[in-house]
Design a protein around this ligand. Structure first.
Ligand code: GLA
Length: 355
């Protein structure tokens, strides 16, 4: 496994001619249950993945930022105070919201795959951690996560919820982190006995994810307005949704039923947890309509495998990653069976991301 921190330390010096002052990193996440609930005050159940984004910073004594991405082999230069384009807003947003007026040299490196595993949140949390270290900012891990969310809203233009940045800032790779996205209370939850997590990249690039995401969010906000509740978190009976027009009813039904699935999963064994994941996928595909035909294909192949308790798309959707709960010790075998069948059926090359 490559070590991004080590690679980028050498690279920093060759790109900027000096050593970085700080290095920080943060993980991507995979969400097991509770999808598209975090902007309606709901419950989510993510865990950190081993892949991380790493950010190194150095004050350069000028009025410009020089931002180098190792993956893209690209350097962007922006004036202090400007947002910039491409990947720049993820960093300049963190700088601006942290009140930084110095010109910074930044090197970013990440092995978090893009598409449903929070590569953006990992980059924001790593950048904010680096700034916290460099400037001794009095930021708690929760405040840091919320600042990352603000970067998405104000600088990137995605009206995301709080799950990704909270998970990147607070989750570990060994347990699930149950987050109440209204109160931000959280607790670690063990994986069901005898199970492990498998994450596959469907190889389907996400398309229209940002516009589709913001549209779904607007739809469920409209639904909660029509229902007269602060958020869909406050609806406990699916029957209450009957007054909604058909499209909004489907959208709201996903959010309300998904919240119930997260709470039910807390007492479930592996088989029960897996069934809830399968139901979550069907709801995201049919009611929320954020899946993709090829992702559905990959999920169906996983669900049909004897060692799999349950499988679903994960993250915002529109392509990207798939998560499965499988019998402990079988994840790589499952991937070895399912990925070739998926490629034969769709012509798309998928890959194993975790473990
Ligand atoms: C994206 C957003 C999260 C969350 C998920 C869907 O990852 O950033 O806030 O809404 O989609 O569950």
């Amino acid at each position: 496994m490559n070590n991004p921190t080590e690679i980028s330390t050498q690279t920093f010096q060759s790109v900027f001619g000096a050593l970085p002052e700080v290095t920080a990193s943060a993980p991507g996440r995979v969400n097991l249950l509770g999808e598209h609930t975090d902007y309606q005050g709901g419950f989510v159940l993510p865990t950190a993945i081993p892949q991380r984004a790493t950010v190194q910073l150095r004050r350069n004594g000028t009025v410009r930022h020089q931002l180098r991405s190792v993956q893209l082999a690209q350097t962007l230069v922006t004036a202090v105070g400007d947002v910039g384009e491409n990947f720049a807003p993820y960093l300049t947003g963190c700088f601006a919201l942290s009140g930084i007026h110095d010109g910074l040299d930044a090197l970013i490196d990440s092995d978090v795959p893009s598409g449903g595993l929070s590569s953006s949140a990992a980059l924001e949390v790593a950048t904010l951690r680096a700034l916290r270290d460099l400037y001794h900012l009095p930021l708690s891990d929760v405040e840091l996560a919320l600042r990352g969310v603000q970067v998405e809203h104000e600088f990137v233009g995605v009206m995301c919820g709080v799950m990704d940045q909270m998970a990147s800032s607070l989750a570990d790779t060994r347990t699930l982190l149950l987050i109440d996205t209204r109160s931000l209370e959280r607790r670690a939850v063990p994986l069901p006995t005898g199970s492990e997590v498998l994450v596959l990249d469907s190889g389907v690039p996400r398309r229209l994810a940002e516009s589709g995401y913001n549209e779904r969010r607007a739809q469920v906000e409209e639904a909660s307005r029509l229902l007269g509740v602060p958020e869909l978190r406050d609806v406990h009976d699916i029957g209450q949704l009957d007054i909604l027009p058909p499209l909004l009813l489907r959208r709201a039904r996903h959010v309300v039923s998904e919240n119930a699935r997260v709470l039910e999963s807390l007492d479930a064994d592996a088989a029960g947890f897996g069934k809830l994941m399968n139901a979550s996928h069907a709801s995201l595909r049919d009611d929320y309509q954020v899946s993709h035909p090829q992702v559905d294909n990959l999920v169906a192949l996983l669900q049909a495998d004897d060692a799999v308790y349950g499988a679903r798309m994960t993250g915002a959707g529109f392509g990207g990653a798939v998560v499965a709960l499988v019998r402990e010790g079988t994840a790589s075998d499952v991937a070895g069976r399912v990925l070739p069948a998926y490629e034969a059926a769709t012509g798309v090359h998928g890959s194993q991301v975790v473990p």
